[in-house]
Structure formats: C-alpha cells, structure tokens
Design a protein around this ligand. Structure first.
Ligand code: AMP
Length: 282
C-alpha cells in the first residue's frame, strides 16, 4: 500500500491505473477505524481492481463549536487496517494541501441538507459535498462506498453526483453495529461507561417503531412519541437533537407512513452526539 499526502501525486497514480485499464474504488473516511469502516473497505475491495482509502478529518464540515480538535485520531493503526484490507493507496492529506488559504468554491445540495443533521449543523453538508467531490475528481473513482449510518450524507452525495453528472457509481452499506445494537462510530469513544450502557436504547426504540409500523401503525406523531417515551424512561441524560420520519430519498418529512419511510435521529449523550436511522418501510 502506498501512502499519499500530496493530492497531485494521488491523482497521477490514479490516472496511471486508469491508463493501464484498472478501475478504482474509493472509500472516503475520517479515520479512527472500527468494524463499520472495515466493512466498507472489504466490500469496496471486491468492486474494483484498485482500492483507494482516504483518511482526512475535513475541517470544513465541522462547525465552530464542534469537535474538530478533539476528533479521535490514530493514523498508524488506521494505516495498518487499510493495508490489511487490501488498499492500494491511503490518501492522508494535511488540510493545507486540500484547501488553499483563499479557497472559495463550495458544493451544496440545500434542499436535502436543510433538515435532520442540517438543522444543528448548517455548514456540515456543504463541507462534506465539497470534500467528497474533490476526492472523486482527484481519484476519478469508478465507484465510491458510503455507510447508511450517515443516511442523509449518502442521500446528498447521490443527488450531487446525479445532478453534476459525476461518472462515479455510489454504493451504500448497511450500518455495522455492536452486539447490543449500538451503531459503531468513532465518536463512541466519548461515551462514559454509564452512557455506553444506555446508548443501545437508541436502536432499541427505533426497532420498536419499526415493529409498530409492521403491526399497522402509520401515524407519525404516535411513532415519534413511542420512541421518545422509551428514551425518556430508559436513557436518562439522552437529549434528542431530532427524531424525524422522512422520505428515504427526498428526505422530506412525512405525515404518515404509507410508503417508503425512514426514521432518523441524533441524540446527545454526554459529550457524544450519536446518530442512527431505520427504514420503517422500504
Ligand atoms: P467517518 O469516518 O465516520 O466519516 O465515516 C466514513 C464512512 O464510514 C462513511 O461513509 C460512514 O457512513 C461510514 N460508516 C461510519 N460508521 C459506520 C457504521 N457503523 N456502519 C457502516 N458504515 C459506517
């Protein structure tokens, strides 16, 4: 596995691979790998002759009061994991290599970025779209793989790629979970043992909502109340940022569950802000 820090050098290598007839799969990440990242890498490894993994804690997707400085990092361990999963290249640029001091160009999908995580993180998806498009242009990736844990993110990236005719196929993988159901996240390290003990309630409540839908419930406010009540009772200290039922592609809020529906949430638990989602109906 080659390690690249210079965007131009990565682009040159990717052009050489394409010239030799090799296709390229890309897995963009912010590092501090867990089994969810490993699943994306293993899956992407099977999609193309060449696998590029990027590891970049992208400053432009963090708001001023968010955890950019505290975001967990372990480049040495991460490189070993990427290599073990068959990456041909690991791209780890410094922020200055990705953003010129007078960087002024942004890519946005405001319609899909205004709700859910966009409410509390108004510049987040603009940063995500901009950095992902830069990575797609640098690598010329034939396919890029994202996680459904960040459902809104993959929906926005699909729309950006479609709207801008980016010739990259976007694939999304199901959420990898701990044995007790908690969605794996690099941010789970922020949880104290007590918070970690109650965190699986996030998923447990979403599963309850899905069961209610399977049993015939369609009313959005009753489904939200079911989840919020369970959290209040079983997850003391958990503060929901949002809990919404939306269309899985348009992300428009739904009034009732009578077609495809996604329930998505963000919950603050101590220092961690945890997100999760579940397809109530597909
Ligand atoms: P991150 O490094 O957290 O920005 O995530 C990099 C990629 O891994 C994104 O496409 C995420 O959606 C994906 N990812 C993060 N956590 C999980 C998980 N638990 N299961 C599946 N994919 C995940």
């Amino acid at each position: 596995m080659q390690i690249f820090t210079d965007p131009k050098a990565l682009a040159a290598q990717c052009r050489a691979w394409h010239a030799a007839g090799d296709d390229i799969a890309l897995v963009p990440t912010m590092g501090y790998y867990h089994a969810g990242h490993e699943d994306l890498m293993s899956y992407a490894r099977g999609l193309a002759r060449r696998l590029v993994v990027s590891l970049f804690v992208n400053p432009t997707q963090f708001g001023p009061n968010e955890d950019l400085a505290a975001y967990p990092r372990d480049a040495e361990r991460d490189s070993a994991i990427a290599a073990a999963h068959g990456a041909d290249a690991l791209f780890m640029p410094e922020p200055a290599a990705m953003y010129a001091p007078d960087h002024a160009t942004w890519v946005e999908v405001p319609e899909l970025a205004k709700g859910l995580c966009g409410i509390d993180r108004p510049i987040h998806f603009r940063g995500v779209c901009t950095v992902v498009l830069k990575l797609l242009l640098l690598t010329g990736a034939d396919v890029a793989v994202f996680g459904q844990k960040d459902w809104q993110q993959q929906a926005i990236i699909r729309r950006m790629v479609r709207d801008l005719n980016v010739p990259t196929r976007i694939e999304a993988r199901p959420t990898t979970r701990e044995a007790d159901g908690l969605a794996m996240s690099s941010r789970n390290v922020y949880l104290t043992p007590d918070e970690r003990a109650v965190a699986p309630q996030i998923r447990a409540a979403l599963l309850e909502a899905r069961e209610a839908v399977a049993a015939g419930e369609t009313d959005v406010s009753r489904l939200r109340e079911l989840v919020l009540t369970r959290w209040r009772e079983h997850m003391p200290g958990g503060k929901p940022d949002y809990l919404e039922i939306v269309h899985p592609e348009s992300l428009e809020p739904l009034q009732s569950v009578d077609g495809p529906a996604l329930m998505a949430c963000a919950v603050k638990l101590g220092k961690a802000r945890l997100i999760d989602n579940i397809l109530l109906r597909s």
